[in-house]
Every structure is written in structure tokens, then in C-alpha cells.
Design a protein around this ligand. Structure first.
Ligand SMILES: [Zn+2]
Length: 216
């Protein structure tokens, strides 16, 4: 009931067109479900957002990406702060920093297990498979003392993703990737591609055998 009230108030204070909010919510529900089914998060982990003009739709704090309801989408200004900030994901600070530093239309953050493991071995991840080598040949890892809702992490990730020639995603060591894209599907794509690559890198290390060079 509280969430319903908050949502009603949110629509009143937001400039967002109701049809746009409805369509964005449906897209976030679809991609959130895909992220969960792809094993990129635990039951309540991760967060996603979409920019609409000078506002952003972001998942509610504690929400389940695999089963997002309409009331799990919170609308806040990109510049912030707002009275709805406390309802938003605890990573709102990172999402805002990425929108302010880049021209991203969407941000995805997951707790991809193979990627997190790799981030504890490397300072930069260099995939060995052809799909990732084509799109994200080098993904950097950043580290901050506080790893959740961290101003330091927000600053490091924004600096990393706004670099010229930077990959569209970076990994916060021990926590997971933050990805940007023109669309939500694109941002989701990069965390998915990286997770597949990290699985191969981790398998290679476990095998302990040299791999055949296929690059010629
Ligand atoms: Zn997280």
C-alpha cells in the first residue's frame, strides 16, 4: 500500500509521460527477468536503470530483478537529489554518476559470478573468445574501500567509462560489473558477453593446459 502511494506521488511529481513510464517499466521487467535467468545475479541482487530525458527509471532498493512489479520502478531526476531517492536502489549514486559522465541511455549492474571471481585476479580482463575480443577487448577493474552505494566507486567508474576508447563497462572488484549502453538491451549485452568470457578465462586457468592459438 505504501508503495502504491509512493508511486502515485511519484507520477505526480515526475515529468514523465505515463505511457513512456509504462513502456519503460515493461522493458525493465523483461530485461530484469533475463538477467536473473542468465544467472548474473542472486535473488535480490543487481539493479538496472533507463534514462528518459532528465529523469531516470531505476529499480527499487531490495527489489527482485527476476520479478519486478510496476511499483518496483522508481523515477528520480538524473541530477538529483529528490524525495524518492531513498526508495531507489542503493547504487543510485553510481547510476547518476555514469549518466552525468557519459551519454548512456541505460545502466546495468549485476553480480555476475565468473566476472566477480576474475576481478579478484586481474586489474584488467582481456577476453580470449572472438565475440568479446571484437566488442570488449579489454575491460578494466576498479577497486574502492566501500563496495556498495559508494561515492568513491561512483567516481572511479564514471572516470573509467568516460575515457576515450574505454569499454562500455568496468568491474568493481569483488562486487560486479557496471555497464552502459544506448539502450537497456545493449547495456545488458555487455555484462552477458563479459560473463561468458570470464567463464572461459576461469576454465582455462583451472585446466592448466596451454590453449591453441586460433588468431593466426
Ligand atoms: Zn551490487
Amino acid at each position: 500500500m505504501l508503495s502504491q502511494c509512493l508511486r502515485a506521488r511519484q507520477i505526480l511529481v515526475s515529468k514523465m509521460n505515463e505511457q513512456t513510464l509504462k513502456e519503460t517499466t515493461q522493458l525493465m521487467q523483461m530485461v530484469g527477468r533475463d538477467i536473473f535467468l542468465a544467472h548474473l545475479i542472486s535473488s535480490h541482487g543487481g539493479n538496472i536503470s533507463v534514462r528518459v530525458g532528465d529523469e531516470l527509471c531505476i529499480t527499487r532498493t531490495g527489489s527482485m530483478l527476476g520479478r519486478l512489479s510496476d511499483t518496483d520502478i522508481v523515477v528520480v531526476p538524473v541530477e538529483g537529489p529528490s524525495e524518492c531517492d531513498c526508495e531507489a536502489s542503493s547504487e543510485l549514486i553510481v547510476h547518476r554518476a555514469l549518466y552525468q559522465a557519459t551519454n548512456a541511455g541505460a545502466v546495468v549492474h549485476t553480480h555476475s559470478p565468473q566476472t566477480i571471481f576474475r576481478s579478484m585476479l586481474e586489474d584488467s580482463i582481456e577476453p580470449i573468445d572472438s565475440e568479446a575480443r571484437l566488442f570488449i577487448p579489454c575491460v578494466n577493474v576498479v577497486q574502492s574501500k566501500k563496495t556498495v552505494g559508494s561515492a568513491e566507486a561512483a567516481q572511479l567508474l564514471a572516470a573509467e567509462l568516460s575515457r576515450e576508447d574505454a569499454a562500455p563497462l568496468a568491474v568493481l572488484r569483488g562486487h560486479g560489473p557496471f555497464s552502459t549502453g544506448a539502450t537497456l538491451l545493449e547495456a545488458y549485452r555487455w555484462v552477458s558477453v563479459l560473463e561468458c568470457s570470464c567463464e572461459q578465462l576461469n576454465m582455462r586457468d583451472m585446466m592448466g593446459k596451454p590453449l591453441k592459438d586460433y588468431l593466426g
